[in-house]
Design a protein around this ligand. Structure first.
Ligand code: GAR
Length: 267
């Protein structure tokens, strides 16, 4: 890729990762420009950060969609291009034995919120990369397929506060600490249809000492996140990242496939 890529960010809170990415764009460690910041909550510190750097921002709250569905599920306005059964077949967020009414309520309300998100995002087109920087909502196949128009070139990145696939979910550092791990870490990955799953782009680790508190673990982890995310984004901006499907045969003849990210070395 030549020149600067156009990056959009979604956040839910404080936005220290967002800040690290903005700083790296501004001082040339990322060949990119942050073109918008979207949040699912108003009045969060991350939005102030965007404002301070004159980056346009918007808010799409999910709560009103959930409320409107609860009030009148039969009249809930769905996006015209929403295909429920296809989305349920593709998603990896719910187990097949999950209560159907819960699954339906989740995907209906998410698709409606995501349609609004997409329309905001499209007003900043072209957007080369979407970074989830502490965005605490799982995106569904409805959103992912509309943003990732080329399935071989994913372009939605997430940062997670654990060494995936360990400790997915909302409290990666808490889970790491409570389990008594001797090391913690963070992961940047492309998102797929599951929760905190998808091909891993980069990971960083740190030691956890016996004297460390949960606060220490969070602080050490965030310090690594602020280094890792800009590095991964810069590799993407330079066109060094490729997602490849590989097939492997085990000694017992079993065959398995995996999708891995390969980062080329700079010449
Ligand atoms: C970060 O630790 C990030 O890894 C985590 O939220 C925090 C956001 O901090 N993200 C997730 O847990 C996503 N599942 P920040 O708003 O200061 O960047």
């Amino acid at each position: 890729m030549g020149g600067n890529i156009r990056i959009g960010a979604l956040i839910s809170g404080g936005g220290t990762n967002l800040q690290a990415i903005i700083d790296a764009c501004e001082d040339g460690r990322i060949n990119g420009d942050m073109v918008f910041v979207g949040s699912d909550h108003p009045n969060v510190k991350g939005l102030e950060r965007a404002n301070k750097h004159h980056i346009p921002s918007f808010v799409v709250e999910y709560g009103p969609f959930v409320q409107s569905y609860r009030n009148n599920p039969d009249q809930f306005p769905l996006p015209d291009d929403f295909a429920y059964s296809e989305i349920v077949a593709n998603q990896h967020l719910f187990h097949s034995d999950a209560i159907e009414e819960r699954v339906r309520a989740f995907f209906y309300t998410r698709a409606a919120a995501e349609k609004k998100l997409l329309s905001k995002i499209n007003s900043f087109a072209p957007v080369n990369l979407l970074v989830l920087a502490g965005f605490m909502r799982n995106l569904t196949p409805y959103f992912i397929d509309r943003f990732n128009t080329d399935p071989n070139n994913p372009r939605i990145m997430n940062i997670h506060p654990a060494i995936l696939p360990s400790f997915p979910g909302v409290d990666g550092y808490g889970d790491t600490f409570r389990y008594g791990c001797k090391a913690g870490g963070c992961t940047v990955h492309f998102i797929d249809y599951g929760e905190d799953s998808g091909p891993i782009i980069g990971q960083r680790t740190f030691p956890i000492l016996e004297t460390d508190t949960l606060e220490d673990v969070k602080r050490k982890g965030l310090e690594q996140e602020w280094l890792l995310y800009p590095e991964c984004i810069q590799n993407f901006a330079k066109g060094l990242i490729k997602t490849v499907k590989t097939t492997h045969r085990l000694a017992n003849g079993e065959v398995y496939q995996r999708t891995v990210v390969k980062t080329a070395q700079e010449r």
